[in-house]
Design a protein. Structure first.
Length: 569
């Protein structure tokens, strides 16, 4: 392939009927004022799509257009072009062609400098193919793993520590030029990689001979790297300084939080330390403040259940409880509801520990047990603030539950969470906490139990045949219709880190407190209540919704089985 030739993009798009003379004129005027790229102005103005521009270039230059969403990237080829030049020249190695030539995906195949530099770096003849810039940048973020870089920075930190006395202020980034301190570079790279991989939690776990760094992605733990155990104390010391914790206290657990900037995103970090046999184990929950809140229509709730949920949210008073284990998405569900309820006509107050999402228009209160700012104390004051809607982060004890339920009985809509396995056990759990029976019966209007299932990656999904144990599990819900359905799984690709999954969605079960169920609570016999509740639910359990997610192609049978083990009877 000869070196690329320059193309006048505006003239090309007009020639192919994708742009008008007037649109080009307006875009050129905007380019003079803003200095932005002409192609980006076309796309942002809605004149032509990014794919349309790329395909027009491909036709003009007679080279392939490649949709990276459907393309299987090869890690061994990608490494031929390092990440820095890949980002600089907006290019990615896609394939090896006959004769040893390389096919390079580029967002601007007319860039002569990029052609020359990439040829020099890879030391091969290259042929350009056209890819869209947004797909290219997304692919670069996915495929250039920083595991090796993190390992290298950890080794650098170990060498800095050595066996001789050191200046800790310099090592930990407490002096001018802090960004060059070894531990600062290591942690910054770890945070960047965690955000790129959509990790919800970071785990630094000191072992006898290593510091293990793991990420929790879509609810499952993944080992990122193992570094020398000698760096454990320096890493924990730096993180505790960032969170304002007591660096001299290593025998007791500590909790804190701090905020960092990662790739122009503000990330709220909740940190927990725990003394272990070989040092302090540190776990951090990452909350990206730039991520928009989910809306109720997007959380995966079945339509019939969503309608019932919205009906309960329209009530002027009463309590709606969302239950499930830690990490099951309870707070996300409640904030999706608050996002819908939030309006200038309503006063909304939240009482949380910690405040996980920030939503304009809400009055959000952070509980602080150390200064006796507890859930119960805050709630008493909140009810004197004339709220319409109150969110209580968690029903932790009898006092908090009773205050919340009194609020629900006296004209307030109260939303809260509870750690129970299913909806049927929730009222029994409240009674065990010491909440009076009449309060549970009169205040609670709806209970939702939920779990999160990993969704099949859209880029590598393929048909799947259930194995015998999966077939037997499906038979419980589908009986003889198991073989009448088709099933899918993800084979694993560069888009999903070879896991076959990308993102998560919810599965749910509901219990509405009908007159029959309320009467059963007042009966006093848990067996009578459980029988009435199950009859009310009519088989719409978490397990059934998990199977429904399998049949719709959202998730795999093995994933549905994995999460259903948490609530098997």
């Amino acid at each position: 392939m000869p070196p690329p030739q320059k193309v006048r993009l505006g003239d090309l798009l007009i020639q192919q009927g994708l742009l008008t003379d007037e649109q080009l004129k307006k875009s050129l005027e905007e380019q003079k004022l803003t200095g932005r790229k002409l192609g980006r102005i076309f796309v942002d103005s809605g004149y032509v799509t990014e794919e349309g521009i790329s395909q027009a270039l491909a036709r003009q230059l007679r080279i392939p257009f490649i949709d990276l969403k459907q393309f299987a990237l090869q890690p061994e080829l990608i490494k031929l072009l390092p990440e820095a030049p890949a980002r600089r020249y907006r290019a990615l190695v896609l394939a090896e062609l006959p004769g040893g030539r390389l096919q390079i995906g580029a967002s601007d195949p007319t860039d002569l400098q990029a052609y020359d530099e990439i040829t020099r770096i890879v030391r091969r003849e290259i042929d350009f193919a056209v890819v869209t810039e947004s797909q290219l940048l997304s692919a670069i973020d996915r495929v250039y793993h920083r595991g090796e870089q993190i390992t290298g920075l950890a080794k650098e930190l170990k060498e800095e520590l050595g066996d001789v006395p050191i200046e800790f202020g310099e090592l930990l980034g407490l002096t001018p030029g802090a960004e060059d301190a070894p531990v600062v570079k290591l942690l910054q790279t770890v945070f960047e990689e965690a955000m790129r991989m959509r990790a919800s939690d970071l785990h630094f776990e000191p072992q006898e001979k290593a510091l293990r760094i793991r990420f929790r992605i879509d609810g499952v733990m993944h080992i990122q790297t193992e570094a020398d155990a000698k760096i454990s104390s320096a890493v924990s010391l730096r993180l505790k300084l960032m969170a304002g914790l007591d660096i001299s206290e290593k025998r007791l657990p500590q909790d804190g939080r701090f905020n960092i900037k990662v790739r122009n995103s503000s990330v709220d970090v909740r940190i927990s330390t725990l003394p272990t046999q070989y040092g302090e184990s540190i776990v951090m929950r990452l909350l990206n403040q730039n991520t928009g809140l989910l809306v109720l229509d997007k959380i995966g709730m079945p339509v019939h259940a969503l309608d019932r949920f919205r009906h309960a949210l329209k009530r002027p008073s009463g309590m709606v409880l969302v239950t499930g284990p830690t990490g099951s998405g309870k707070t996300t569900t409640l904030y999706a509801a608050l996002n819908e309820l939030n309006s200038p006509e309503k006063k909304v107050i939240t009482v949380e520990d910690p405040v996980e999402y920030r939503l304009p228009g809400l009055n959000q209160v952070q509980v602080h047990e150390k200064i006796d700012l507890s859930f119960s104390r805050v709630l008493r004051t909140v009810l004197r603030q004339d709220p319409d809607i109150v969110l209580v982060g968690e029903m932790r004890d009898q006092e908090t539950a009773e205050i919340g339920m009194r609020a629900a009985m006296t004209g307030h809509l109260v939303l809260s969470t509870l750690h129970t396995n299913d909806v049927v056990s929730t009222p029994i759990r409240l009674l065990d906490m010491g909440v009076p029976r009449y309060m549970v019966a009169l205040s609670v209007h709806m209970i939702i139990a939920q779990r999160l299932v990993r969704m099949i990656c859209d880029n590598c999904r393929e048909p799947y045949q259930p194995n015998p144990s999966e077939h037997e599990w499906l038979h419980y819900e589908l009986a003889d219709k198991v073989d009448a359905h088709t099933y899918q799984h993800g084979r694993g690709c560069s888009h999903c880190g070879n896991t076959g999954y990308q993102g998560r969605s919810g599965v749910y079960e509901f219990l509405e407190m009908s007159d029959t169920v309320v009467e059963a609570i007042n009966h006093g016999d848990p067996g009578v209540f459980m029988q009435a509740a199950r009859k009310q639910m009519n088989g719409e359990t978490l397990r059934r919704d998990a199977v429904r997610a399998v049949l719709s192609g959202r998730t795999t049978i093995s994933e549905a089985m994995r999460i259903s083990n948490q609530f098997e009877e």
